[in-house]
Structure formats: C-alpha cells, structure tokens
Design a protein around this ligand. Structure first.
Ligand SMILES: Cc1cc2nc3c(=O)[nH]c(=O)nc-3n(C[C@H](O)[C@H](O)[C@H](O)COP(=O)(O)O)c2cc1C
Length: 326
C-alpha cells in the first residue's frame, strides 16, 4: 500500500498507460491529459484534431471513448493506492474539459480493495473481430456485466432472439448507409493503417476481421468498396450473443457515463475470459439510433451494441504516448 501523498513520475506513467489502453472509435484516442501538480488534479480533455466530423458530428462516440479512458484511470488509481475523485464536465466555461480526476490521499484501510482482476484485464482486452465459438456464456457472467453497467450509471439490455434479429437488421442498415456514403467511407478509411505503416493512431489492417460468410452478423467493413485488403469471408457464430448499452438520458455527461459503463462491461467480460467486439454502425444515423431503443422503452438512449463470447483474442493496436501536459 502506498504511503506517499505526492504523485511521482512512475505513478503518473502507470495511470496514463491504463487510460490510453481504452477502446476508442476507429482508435482515434480522442483524449489529452494535463496534470496540475499543486492540486493533483489530472484533467482529461478532448483532442479536437482526432475527431470524426461525419461519423460522429455530435461527438457522442468521442465522449464514450473518453469515458472508457476515465474508467481505466479510476481503476488504475485505486490499484495504485490512490483515491480518485472524478468530476465529469466540471467547468461549463471550458467545454473541452471532459473530466477532472483529483487524486487524494491514501485509500482508507477499510476501503474496498481494488479489483486486481479488472485492472489486469485493462492490458488484456482487445477488440476481437473474428468468429466466436458460439459456446453460451453462463448467466452469472452476463448478470455481472449487467450489474457493472448499472454501477457506472448505464443499463445493459440482453435481447431475446427477436430483439437480436431487430438489432442486427438495424446495424446492417447503418453499415449499408456508411458504405454507400463516399465521404463517410473515406473518413473511416483514413483511420486504417496499411500493413507496415508506423502510426500510433488508427487501426492496423491486421486488426480487421473477415466478413460473415453466413451474412448474419454485419461486422463493420472499415475499408469500403475500394478495399485493398481482401479478407475471405468466414462463418461466424450462429447464435450471436449481444448486449445493448443505453442510458436513461442523453446529455453530454450521460455519454461519459456510458463510456465508463462500456469499459466496466468489457473489462468484466475480459476478466472472465470472454472476447468482445463492438457494433456501433446503427448509432451513427439518428433515425436508426432512435429505432434501436427496444419497443415501449421510451427513455432508452442507446449507445453501443456489444458482441461477446468465447473465441480468439484480438490483436493489440497501437497507442499514442499518453503524454501529460503540466
Ligand atoms: C465509440 C466506439 C465505437 C466503436 N465502433 C466499432 C465498430 O463499429 N466496429 C468495430 O469493429 N469496432 C468498433 N470500436 C472498437 C475500436 O475500433 C477499437 O476500440 C480500437 O480500434 C482500439 O482497439 P482495441 O479495442 O483492440 O484496443 C468502437 C469503439 C468505440 C469506443
């Protein structure tokens, strides 16, 4: 247990390494960090140069990504013996400041011990875009994922057969629209790194997956019709396991909470040996996003469709340095 009360360089490095390991849309890593040494407040800011104006004009997906990074930061702080006091959108005059994490004194001895399984999962979690085995995930694990989402201020809906079909249909509609929209397709393609390219941002072509030969699961085709990376189709799991992450409100702070919840769910799944991938295409068109809400769920504001199951691990993707401006 830590006894010092001043953040040292090694601690800051560990905190930032955990934060930047979070998932982000197209691996844009749309965050920046600034540490105020006097107050020991770590600011998490948006990185306006790494946004997606066409795919994410409202910045909701950017906030989800930043929320996921904030969750990792909290988890790492507790793991290292610090108490993180997180404030979302702490200053309305400074819209680029998305969260402020004050790291205060040592954790109380009776404080809940940090969950080291979740902390270890930060580095192990990778998006896996390959077919899963289809082996059913035991109900207690799904219940734990649902509890995790709720603890972070969001909800997880696990649809039945008809609900899954409806969500996949809407995702396929989003995918088709993205494909036939030349400017959006070009925006996405710009974040795919050709084999051998040396970039700290964007998705390496080697991390992309094949299309589903059974045409049931609309995995995102990041490279579009002019693809130079040809991947033969493979048969994906017949019984896809899906969960829909949503919040009861749709404000900027809800998006940050949804991002934290997303990461809590993904790490919980990873800690249990599951693999995950994300299907966000329907959320990128406002009419489809509205249609994603389960019927009779008037207050459901959907954020993400999470595919989970057993299968091959995804490859690691690069990260920027996670520097911290003083
Ligand atoms: C808001 C958001 C939307 C995403 N949408 C998709 C998606 O539609 N399809 C997909 O394969 N991955 C999606 N991802 C996963 C990112 O591509 C992935 O997190 C990023 O490339 C980094 O890789 P990693 O998750 O393996 O660390 C999304 C991630 C976030 C946070």
């Amino acid at each position: 247990m830590r006894t010092r009360t001043v953040l040292d360089a090694a601690t800051i490095e560990s905190l930032l390494a955990a934060a930047v390991a979070a998932p982000s849309i197209h691996n844009t890593q749309p965050w920046r960090f600034r540490l105020d040494h006097d107050s020991q407040v770590l600011e998490v800011r948006s990185a306006p140069e790494r946004t997606l104006p066409l795919t994410d004009p409202t910045h909701r997906a950017q906030y989800l990504s930043v929320g996921a990074a904030v969750f990792n930061l909290r988890l790492a702080a507790v793991h290292l013996g610090w108490r993180p006091d997180v404030r979302l959108l702490p200053d309305h005059r400074d819209p680029g400041l998305l969260a402020a994490v004050r790291l205060t004194g040592p954790l109380d001895p009776d404080h809940e011990p940090s969950d080291s399984g979740l902390y270890q999962a930060i580095a192990r979690r990778h998006t896996s875009r390959m077919p899963f085995t289809g082996r059913p995930v035991p109900e207690p694990i799904v219940a734990e994922m649902t509890t995790a989402a709720q603890a972070a201020g969001a909800r997880l809906h696990v649809p039945d057969f008809a609900g899954r079909r409806r969500l996949l249909r809407l995702t396929a509609a989003g995918e088709a629209r993205n494909h036939s929209h030349p400017d959006r397709a070009a925006e996405t393609l710009a974040w795919i790194n050709a084999p051998g390219a040396d970039s700290s941002y964007g998705i390496p072509a080697s991390a992309l997956g094949p299309p589903d030969a059974g045409r049931r699961i609309p995995m995102r085709d990041f490279t579009g019709p002019r693809s130079v990376v040809h991947r033969p189709a493979l048969f994906f799991e017949r019984h896809i396991q899906l969960a829909l992450l949503w919040t009861p409100h749709d404000r900027r702070d809800d998006w940050l909470r949804a991002g934290q919840a997303l990461q809590y769910v993904l790490l919980t799944a990873t800690a249990h040996g599951l693999r995950t991938s994300l299907l966000h295409q329907a959320m990128e068109w406002s009419d489809l996003r509205d249609a994603v809400a389960p019927p009779r769920h008037k207050r459901c504001h959907p954020h993400m469709l999470i595919r989970f199951g057993y299968g091959p691990d995804g490859p690691g993707t690069p990260r920027g340095p996670g520097d911290c401006a003083a």
